[in-house]
Design a protein around this ligand. Structure first.
Ligand code: ADP
Length: 461
């Protein structure tokens, strides 16, 4: 089928819906947006060729409403669905239904998503692909006493993780047997509430690691490539805030090995479309698989900026059965890219979300500056969804220059009407540890304590 005759439904909102609409338009594909009643004025609704309301404000009634989304796709004559990230992107039951009604899903097959979505199962897949995993339980741990035995065997501290967890939730660190008893139950109960699955597993807690992840692409014809790594160690409570590519920490040998390890996992499960294999890297440059995300990631642009490959376009091309026309040897890293997530939140008040009306917005431009967003003047940010307003991304020949470019870009990004984390991001990229590239996942905890201390001192002076 000619790609120009296709029509794609975007089952998402916000910046990623806008991002997908742009990619589809560039490919000559018609687009259908879905929206909740709270999003009638949203940019993705205005940019798509057609838009259809799928329910009321709450996600569960609209963006997670499988029946309404499938009906929207069928009634508008779409032949494919792009799920973006979050919402239904990794819901294997949704994907199965998309497959059953004969639509193309822009992502891997339901069966593959199911396997990798179970993080204990994913560990087994990594192990059998000869990829190192963090020491831990063989699978799900149902009994607290068995859990304590495993924790003692591998040694504290350990992590208790929900098998269905995501977005940094469903993870706890435990330092002693006494703590284990209480935390095991609590994590399991929280997992049941958040993810509908109380199963947990145990992993050794690696002190001060880097979070390194590898982007891969695979078509429906057995071709696989990786697009090198992203470093996402600037995290708050296991949630990413700043991402960069390539990582300043790993050398070419580790880079090559982690790329090949990622491809082994992808091949093992017959993975198709875009995916990310996440690892933690310890002080000795040893990497360990932690999980695979079977969708496009928020931080995908840093990879695009250093490889010149449009990942969302590739995703759509792959879903429409096209062969990858990029060979591994053609994937080259050129320059250094950094992304800062810009959120409507108040960092000094426990990052409390700050919904409201955007009164003024000025977006920086110039060579190597990109702002993926969906906000515009007088747009009202609804309180029902996540607080990300956009992603500021820069690319420059060296990391040093990228940092300087990001500083200027953050200085020139003006968003008024809601509170944002722009200044907070600005402070991070001026921090000596960040500048040196010598940071790990514990960076924000320390940094934030210092920011709060200074702020309190100012208030009481
Ligand atoms: P999620 O699916 O919620 O993103 P992950 O398993 O990917 O959860 O872990 C999120 C973050 O938690 C990682 O990026 C890392 O910072 C931290 N983390 C996960 N596993 C470990 C571990 N075994 N030791 C230390 N930190 C870890």
């Amino acid at each position: 089928m000619e790609i120009t005759q296709n029509k794609l439904l975007i089952a998402n909102r916000g910046e990623i819906a806008v991002r997908i609409i742009r990619a589809a338009k560039e490919l000559g594909i018609r687009t259908v947006a879905v929206y909740s009643t709270a999003d009638a004025d949203s940019l993705h609704v205005q940019l798509a060729d057609e838009a259809i309301c799928v329910g009321t404000e709450k996600s569960k009634d609209s963006y997670l409403n499988i029946n309404n989304i499938l009906s929207a796709a069928i009634s508008t004559g779409c032949n494919a669905i792009h799920p973006g990230y979050g919402f239904l992107a990794e819901n294997d039951k949704f994907i199965e239904q998309v497959e059953e009604i004969g639509l193309k899903f822009v992502g891997p097959r339901a069966e593959v998503v199911r396997k990798l979505g179970d993080k204990a199962e994913a560990r087994k897949i990594a192990k059998s692909s000869n990829v190192p995993i963090v020491e831990g339980s063989d699978g799900v741990v149902t009994d607290v006493n068995e859990g304590i035995k495993i924790a003692n065997k591998i040694g504290y501290p350990v992590m208790i993780k929900a098998v269905s967890g995501g977005g940094g939730r469903g993870i706890s660190v435990v330092y002693s047997n006494k703590e284990f008893l209480a935390v095991f139950e609590k994590t399991s109960q929280e997992a049941e509430i958040s993810f509908g699955n109380k199963a947990v597993y145990i992993e050794k807690f690696i002190a001060k690691p880097r979070h390194i992840e590898v982007q891969i692409l695979a078509d429906n014809h057995g071709n696989y490539i990786h697009l090198y790594e992203r470093d996402c160690s600037i995290q708050r409570r296991n949630q990413k805030m700043i991402e960069e590519a390539p990582s300043s920490e790993i050398n070419d040998l580790v880079r090559r090995r982690i790329g090949l390890a990622s491809l082994r996992i992808a091949k093992k499960v017959g993975y198709t479309n875009a995916g990310t294999i996440e690892f933690i890297l310890d002080k000795d440059d040893k990497f360990y698989f932690i999980e695979m995300n079977t969708r496009i990631q928020v931080e995908h642009p840093v990879t695009e900026m250093i490889t010149g490959i449009d990942l969302v376009k590739e995703q759509i091309r792959i879903a429409y059965d096209n062969k990858l026309n990029i060979k591994q040897r053609d994937v080259k890293i050129v320059g250094h890219a950094i992304e800062c997530r810009i959120n409507a939140e108040d960092p000094l008040n426990n990052f409390r979300p700050s919904p409201g009306e955007i009164k003024r917005i000025l977006v920086p431009g110039g060579m190597g500056v990109r702002f993926d967003s969906f906000i515009y003047p007088n747009y009202h940010i609804p309180p029902y969804y996540d607080s990300m307003l956009g992603k500021l991304i820069v690319v420059a020949p060296t990391r040093r220059e990228a940092i300087r470019k990001m500083r200027v870009a953050l200085e020139q990004l003006v968003i008024e009407g809601v509170q944002t984390n722009i200044e907070y991001q600005y402070m991070i990229i001026h921090h000596p540890e960040f500048i040196k590239g010598k940071y790990d996942t514990s960076f924000i905890a320390k940094f934030h304590a210092l920011v709060m201390e200074e702020n309190n001192a100012e208030v009481t002076e």
